[in-house]
Design a binder for this molecule. Structure first.
Ligand code: GDP
Ligand code: CA
Length: 341
């Protein structure tokens, strides 16, 4: 395998990618060339404009993680960050105060916003930012592509007794960061998704891949939004490459984040099997050939297999880069079995 394409959100996707790249360079992945190229199609529906800056949380989490600049403990933003600008803005009384922009991080958003203002599309801006972060570490072995250059934004409808309609719609970041996903999500609305065009290279990356991976990213607001970009789902259905996914749900709950709340709002069972069946088997109108669940969910393998998906239970906790590389190896292994057919 020479070309691997991964549809990624932020933290879960980025950690998986770290393990995948580790596995490739150490020769730990059966049948994967040591100079294989990984193309990351990243979710941009979390993006927001704040204090006049364009912020792309998932693109930046992938970029900082793979470029060795991430704050590992937080899982987002820059290591050795300071917060002077945030404090100054709060002292001015500038809203919103709930979204944390660190001083180092702000430089990234300034560069991005200036380039966008100058007329460059997000894909080219991302390429420029990656020349600092990815090229020195990975050379040409990793490409980071926004799912779309168009503005797409996930909004969440929540109950609000004070509103005339009884509900209120907030940006996904407000739901997650300010409200901490503690209020029930009644619906997820992805504004602009239906009209979005796939970013340059996105469809080809799926069509020309030797393997497509859905990492353990959020199935609703990360992978779900990428799949919702017109033509992306069709490209997955049509590609010659095997498509394999890894469950972000372990033992009936997300490992980190808010997948539980959002899956429930869609009426999807919060379990490893539930998410696998939600993606569905390509043979039955879905997008996957194979699905990995954690070993604690081994009892669900049979149910997934009955739906036409090759399924295996392996350790899926990304505790360190070796454990994560082993997950990537298991994904490659199961995918290769599908190709042999
Ligand atoms: P976000 O954009 O930062 O929310 O990141 P992603 O969408 O890429 O990933 C979030 C998902 O990663 C959550 O649903 C978590 O359950 C999942 N996740 C985080 N850590 C792990 C882990 O160690 N193992 C597994 N299987 N899933 C994980
Ligand atoms: Ca995200």
């Amino acid at each position: 395998m020479q070309n691997i394409t991964v549809l990624s959100g932020g933290m879960g996707g980025a950690r998986f990618l770290q393990g995948l790249l580790h596995g490739i360079t150490r020769g730990l992945l059966p049948g994967v060339a040591p100079d294989a190229v990984v193309t990351v199609v990243a979710n941009t529906a979390d993006d927001l404009w704040i204090h006049g800056l364009k912020v792309c949380p998932d693109l930046d989490t992938v970029m900082y993680t793979l470029g060795d600049g991430i704050d590992l403990e937080r899982g987002w933003g820059r290591r050795e960050e300071t917060w002077s600008v945030k404090d100054e803005l709060a002292t001015y009384g500038v809203e919103p105060t709930w979204f944390g922009l660190g001083d180092r991080d702000i430089a990234t958003h300034l560069v991005r916003t200036q380039m966008l203002d100058a007329g460059y599309p997000l894909s080219q801006v991302t390429e420029a930012l990656c020349r600092r972060w990815l090229t020195p570490v990975h050379g040409d072995a990793v490409r980071l592509l926004p799912m779309s250059d168009d503005r797409v934004e996930t909004h969440v409808a929540i109950a609000d007794a004070a509103a005339p309609s009884g509900r209120r719609v907030v940006h996904f970041q407000e739901y997650w960061v300010r409200l901490r996903a503690e209020v029930p999500a009644e619906a997820v609305v992805v504004v602009g998704l239906d009209e979005a065009t796939p970013g340059p290279g996105v469809i080809d990356a799926i069509t020309d891949a030797d393997l497509v991976v859905l990492p353990p990213s959020n199935p609703v607001v990360s992978v779900g939004t990428i799949l919702g970009v017109p033509r992306v789902r069709e490209a997955l259905v049509a590609t010659q490459a095997p498509v394999v996914g890894l469950s972000p749900i372990v033992g009936g709950s997300h490992v980190r984040g808010m997948a539980n709340q959002l899956l429930s709002s869609l009426g999807v069972e919060v379990s490893a099997a539930g998410v696998g069946l939600h993606y569905g088997a390509r043979a039955n109108g879905g997008v996957l050939d194979a699905w990995l669940v954690d070993q604690v969910d081994a009892a669900e393998v049979e149910r997934v297999a009955a739906a036409g998906l090759a399924c295996r239970a392996v350790p899926l906790m990304m505790t360190d880069v070796d454990a994560t590389a082993a997950m990537a190896a298991a994904a490659v292994d199961l995918a290769r079995e599908q190709t042999r057919g």
